[in-house]
Write a protein that binds this ligand. Structure first.
Ligand code: A3P
Length: 329
């Protein structure tokens, strides 16, 4: 039954969070706002609060599909792909809701969108299977997700490209009065693990280990592999989500059609993604504009992290963190 949030419940949570924040380690974020370390993960106070509501109240269904990622790792792409694959019999591509609705509205984030608005958002009206997203680390997912048969898909990206993608995303928002530290200072902070949802290596390793231990529950995708062979990954994703392509679909080129529809160039060209705002960001910011020297995607960090001492330090740091499982680098 849907629970209604009372003003007393809002006040109670707010008091609890204020007390909690006083006792959490804190650091400054790239834009000067405060980050708090809750369950090993750095985040803004409002997302600490919404993560707690998500952990306490989310009731997973076995049919749920939970899309997970570290920010700027290919989340928008994964949302478009999963939505299109799962709903392909309901919506032919030419009538896809993605033509009129941005991926982040069709597949909302649990702690970033739904649980920031209410401790008990109404999730009953979502059509089954519900496709929902989160950036919360694996270890902090609600028990309800961990203990149910719902499926989790994680997309990982080379942390150096993720760093530059995030940097560009936020510096492109400077016109919205966001005063960022220099790229060198931001670099120093990520080396210390301090960034929203960081440390990035803990995030990636948590989902990587879960995917190794429970391959039927957690699928670990890599942005770079998807760039290299999207059709293989679309097929793999459909198999994992329990809606494999039939032989006649394959023969009719459905996999290719979905891959092209969800491609960067197509998604970026849709009017709906060129206009409008999602949270405090323009929808178009989720599809980066590239400069002549920068193709984006894979390896773009080399165009920004130009000092050899910086790139060597980052590469060494990540190689050390990922040295057991050769995950990304
Ligand atoms: P770049 O800034 O390197 O271009 P997220 O969706 O997690 O916020 O990640 C954003 C990154 O994914 C950006 O990377 C963006 O350009 C890229 N991206 C968005 N949609 C994409 C798509 N359909 N195909 C490939 N990359 C995509």
């Amino acid at each position: 039954m849907e629970k209604i949030e009372t003003s007393a419940a809002v006040e109670e949570l707010s008091n609890e969070i204020q007390d909690l924040l006083l006792n959490l380690p804190t650091e400054k974020n790239w834009d000067g706002t405060s980050l708090y370390q809750y369950q090993g993960c750095w985040n803004r106070s409002q997302y600490v609060s919404s993560t707690i509501s998500f952990q306490r109240h989310f009731q997973a269904k076995e049919s749920d599909i939970i899309l997970t990622s570290f920010p700027k790792s290919g989340t928008t792409w994964l949302k478009a792909l999963a939505f299109t694959i799962v709903n392909r019999s309901r919506y032919p591509i030419e009538n896809s809701p993605l033509i009129t609705t941005p991926p982040h509205l069709l597949v909302p984030f649990l702690e970033v969108d739904l649980y920031t608005k209410s401790q008990y958002p109404n999730l009953e009206d979502f059509p089954n299977p519900r496709i929902l997203a989160t950036h919360v680390p694996y270890a902090s997912l609600p028990n309800s997700i961990l203990n149910s048969d719902c499926r989790i898909v994680y997309v990982a990206r080379n942390p150096l490209d993720q760093f530059i993608s995030h940097w560009n995303f936020l510096s492109g928002s400077q016109q919205q009065n966001m005063n960022l530290v220099s790229v060198e200072e931001a670099f120093e902070m990520i080396c210390n693990g301090v960034q929203t949802y960081g440390p990035v290596w803990e995030h990636i390793l948590g989902y990587w280990k879960a995917s190794q231990e429970q391959p039927h529950k957690v699928l670990f995708l890599k942005y770079e592999d998807m760039k290299e062979d999207i059709q293989f990954n679309v097929k793999n994703l459909a198999n994992f989500l329990g809606c494999p392509f039939a032989e006649d679909e394959e023969a009719q080129g459905v996999i290719e059609e979905i891959s092209k529809f969800c491609s960067f160039d197509n998604m970026k060209s849709l009017e709906v993604n060129k206009n409008g705002i999602y949270r405090r960001f323009k929808n178009e910011a989720f599809f980066r504009k590239y400069f002549f020297f920068s193709k984006g995607g894979v390896g773009d960090w080399k165009n920004y992290v130009t000092l050899p001492s910086m790139s060597e330090r980052l590469e060494k740091l990540f190689q050390g963190k990922f040295s057991g499982p050769q995950i990304l680098i």
